[in-house]
Design a protein around this ligand. Structure first.
Ligand SMILES: *Cc1c(COP(=O)(O)O)cnc(C)c1O
Length: 401
């Protein structure tokens, strides 16, 4: 993450924009980014309420990867304002960034170096997701040194085959955790796992994982652990598979307003709108080559608009030939190759002027949605949202935070 990107997380919240982003005058001495991701924090808070109204559950807002590219601290604040009770992150650095941002809500962090120094997480009061015996030993040792108790949440692998313990490793992890509980260095607050096929409603794999999870919890209770926080569901499962909900649901994609199951329509509000503007316009005759290579030649006389965003900003090259943007009151196609910094839009005979705003994606239905872009690029919305580059300024709207 570049410095520009980080700076986005500490921008003051702008309550109500008085000018369109493309027209905002720069502050004296400031430069203005060529593209801007406008993040609607009210949408984040509303999505938490919407999801909670469906699930009836407590929610853990997953703000890893800089809040899926939206800015971890502002998203976390908005999610908490909407009623989320936990925050989930991948790494110690992400957890500590939230604490440095003044957030005191409970946090679970779940990916660690083999020899992670858990001291900073313990000092910051962050729960540690534990998948291995060695991490459990390390956490207990750090806690003993600090004369404190490490709050841990044990992860069981129920079929995803990523992190988490399985089989006899699970039983061993439970036994070791109980020994540390008796020594006072560890307390197992939660038990959790992650689903492999949650975006396929009715998937038999989800049913098998729920059953494996229940078995793992029974093993833990038989081993005299008393976890109060059981969790398995991600966004898709929370919204479509009640049996996965347990005590709390870990919500990532849906928090940002992307429907996690195609067609399931939970009424979520996309939080990010990606905008740029027209920086060059030219009328060209039929037969004009556009962008690198021989790929695109105009079929008739037309107007080409240059938009200063490219794959370094997260616009996927693989969407070439399919993608369109909203400019001049219409959807207009990106033509020719998407390059590192720029792409060319064929605006036909529309009355587009220099400086006109270009919406690359947003809530729709005028502009494309991030889900549409994902389809064009042959990827998923998470990939696109987390790929929005550091040159893109983040601007925050809404009063949620
Ligand atoms: C990213 C992640 C989530 C959030 O998943 P969504 O499908 O985006 O809701 C939940 N749990 C874990 C362990 C994750 O890594």
């Amino acid at each position: 993450m570049g410095p520009g990107h980080r700076a986005g997380t500490v921008l003051p919240v702008i309550s109500h924009p008085t000018t369109s982003p493309g027209a905002a005058p720069p502050a004296a001495g400031a430069t203005r980014a060529l593209a801007e991701a406008e993040i609607d924090l009210d949408a984040i808070a509303a999505n938490v309420r919407t999801i909670a109204s469906v699930t009836g559950n407590d929610l853990m807002a997953v703000v890893k990867a800089d809040g899926f590219g939206h800015g971890a601290v502002p998203v976390a604040r908005a999610a908490l304002a909407g009623g989320a009770t936990w925050l989930g992150v991948t790494s110690a650095a992400e957890a500590l960034e939230l604490r440095a941002g003044g957030i005191s809500a409970p946090i679970l962090s779940w990916l660690h170096h083999p020899d992670e120094d858990f001291g900073p997480l313990l000092a910051a009061g962050v729960d540690i997701g534990i998948s291995t015996m060695s991490h459990l030993r390390t956490a207990a040792a750090h806690a003993a040194r600090r004369r404190t108790t490490a709050m841990v949440q044990l992860k069981v692998d129920t079929g995803l085959s990523r992190n988490g313990a399985r089989g006899t490793d699970w039983a061993d992890l439970v036994a070791l955790a109980r020994a540390y509980e008796l020594a006072g260095t560890v307390k197992v607050r939660g038990i959790w796992s992650h689903l492999a096929d949650a975006d396929q409603p009715g998937s038999p794999l989800v049913r098998r994982q729920v059953s494996a999870f229940r078995t793992a919890v029974r093993v833990a209770r038989a081993g005299r652990l008393d976890p109060v926080l059981l969790h398995l569901a991600n966004s898709a499962a929370a919204l479509t598979a009640p049996a996965t909900r347990f005590d709390i649901c870990r919500i990532g994609l849906a928090l940002y307003g992307v429907e996690p199951v195609a067609g399931a329509g939970a009424g979520l509000r996309p939080a990010m709108t990606l905008r740029s503007s027209v920086v060059n316009l030219k009328q060209v005759p039929a037969g004009t080559g556009v962008s690198y290579g021989p790929g695109h030649v105009t079929a008739e006389p037309t107007t080409l608009a240059l938009v200063p965003v490219g794959f370094a900003d997260g616009i996927p090259r693989s969407a070439e030939g399919r993608a369109s943007v909203w400019v001049g009151g219409a959807r207009c196609p990106i033509v020719g190759r998407i390059t590192m910094d720029q792409c060319v839009v064929d605006v036909g005979d529309r009355p587009v002027r220099l400086g006109d705003p270009v919406t690359i994606f947003g809530p729709g239905p005028d502009e494309p949605t991030v889900a549409q872009w994902a389809h064009w690029a042959g990827t998923n919305p998470n990939d696109l949202l987390t790929g929005i580059g550091p040159r893109v300024a983040r601007r925050y709207l809404g009063v949620a935070a």
